[in-house]
Design a protein around this ligand. Sequence first.
Ligand SMILES: [Zn+2]
Length: 295
Amino acid sequence: MTSPRDYFEQLAWRRYKGVLGVHRIDALEGGPVLGIGIATHGNEIEGLAAFASLPKLVRGSVVLVLCNLEAVTRHFCAEESVRYIDTNMNRLPSSLNSSASEVVRARELLPVLESFDYGMDIHSTPGPSEPMSLNVRGEGLSLVPTIPIQIDGMLEHQAGVPLSSLFGGKSVVGVEAGQQGTEQAWEDAQRIFETTLAVLGMADEEPPPSVEKSHYQILQPIYFPNPTYRFFPRLLTGTFSSLREGTYPKVKKGAPIAYGEGTTLRAPDDGVLLFPRRKVSDLTDEAAFLARFNS
Ligand SMILES: [Zn+2]
């Protein structure tokens, strides 16, 4: 079997528009250009699974992009688990005006990213999880109709600029494929990519039937005032299956949610607290996101 590292080695030396680590494949028949972001965080390599499905492409073009080339190279070659070198590629400064490794790479990638008609940025998580889709632009969620957990509005409420917001095209989606380095996440990433090919008419296959969704609309980020703050333990009990089933722990407006050296933090609105962190050392990072659940 071809391993993720084999796919990485095939991709790392390709060029498209003069940019290293980018590969464009054209079917004989014309059609949309689907861009796939891989390893925007260096140790999240599941997007390489799209490689395995390329023979299914019969219409249009696929552009595979090793987004954080430096970090993913270290991941495979130095066997360090490197998320980024200088800065999180999902929290770029809006000016793109710095010499940080990720900012330089983002500038270099711009002409490639702008060539997309549709985009998908494939991530994975450190802990056990299930696939989730995050809308980046337009009808991004409709590109991945088999993912049951949908999140909307993250972009408007997160700090900094995620690389995927620089992708061109009318619909762009972020995908969390599952837990990093697991066979399950690799298979899920591959199946999700194949579904998108089918949805866009780029493969000779009918898209699979869509599944029942749990949809979350992000209302606002929650920040901690200082590093001593912690969420109340009840709010840390949410699991991915509870997210999928809509049984994630809920909070009421005004209810205490976190404590620390200072006043108790209270929920600014009714909702659920998505992705609560156990502790936050960098206070510019969101401690969680308050979201509304729409089944
Ligand atoms: Zn990521």
